[in-house]
Design a binder for this molecule. Structure first.
Ligand SMILES: [Zn+2]
Length: 196
């Protein structure tokens, strides 16, 4: 899986590594260790209530040179909420992140990738850009066996935004993901990866 990404790419062609649903007391430190081992940077889209439970992990993530993004306060499906509750989810998580890290999040990713106009509006109010993805590791559920994750990650190309999960959530399989991350990270070099 070498050769997928060229060295010293222009910014728009670099790979953006993203990890969602954390922080998690077991798996976030493991992902941080692996990123450090390969000298790579990533963005962690944290769930506000998890961040509140593990503020030191959030700070450690930032101190390691990574970025924290907003992934709402409880990760409830945006379409299941009233507009007011949906806006609150975004605002509360933004406040928690700013409180813990001392800086506002610049990115918002809706749970399950489900947008709605009120979330777009609220993110804009907070100065947060919407972050989607182009390549999902599908590191969850019955499709999340390690070999299948590895096969998907091997398809990364210049300019991809890669969706992975360090948080356990309900169905995520971070043990399988982290088992194949070394091979994936080996295929990338620092100059290939977007540092925010
Ligand atoms: Zn999520």
């Amino acid at each position: 899986m070498t050769g997928a990404v060229l060295n010293s790419l222009p910014l728009r062609d670099r790979v953006w590594l993203t990890f969602d649903d954390g922080p998690d007391e077991v798996w976030t430190p493991r992902v941080l260790e692996l990123l450090a081992a390969y000298d790579l940077k990533a963005t962690f889209f944290v769930v506000g209530c998890n961040a509140l439970a593990h503020p030191r992990l959030v700070r450690r993530t930032v101190e390691s040179g990574h970025e924290i993004g907003n992934h709402t306060f409880t990760h409830r499906h945006p379409w299941s909420l009233s507009e007011r509750a949906a806006r609150d989810e975004l605002r509360s998580a933004a406040a928690v992140i700013a409180d813990i890290t001392g800086r506002p999040a610049r990115w918002f990713r809706p749970p399950h990738g489900r947008m709605r106009p009120c979330l777009r509006d609220e993110a804009m109010n907070l100065g947060q850009s919407i972050a989607t993805w182009s390549l999902s590791a599908i590191d969850w559920g019955p499709w999340g066996a390690a070999p299948r994750i590895a096969t998907r990650l091997a398809k990364v190309r210049s300019g991809d935004t890669v969706l992975m999960h360090d948080g356990r959530g309900q169905h995520n399989r971070p043990a399988n993901l982290t088992a194949v991350l070394p091979e994936f990270f080996r295929s990338l070099s620092r100059s290939d990866v977007w540092v925010n």
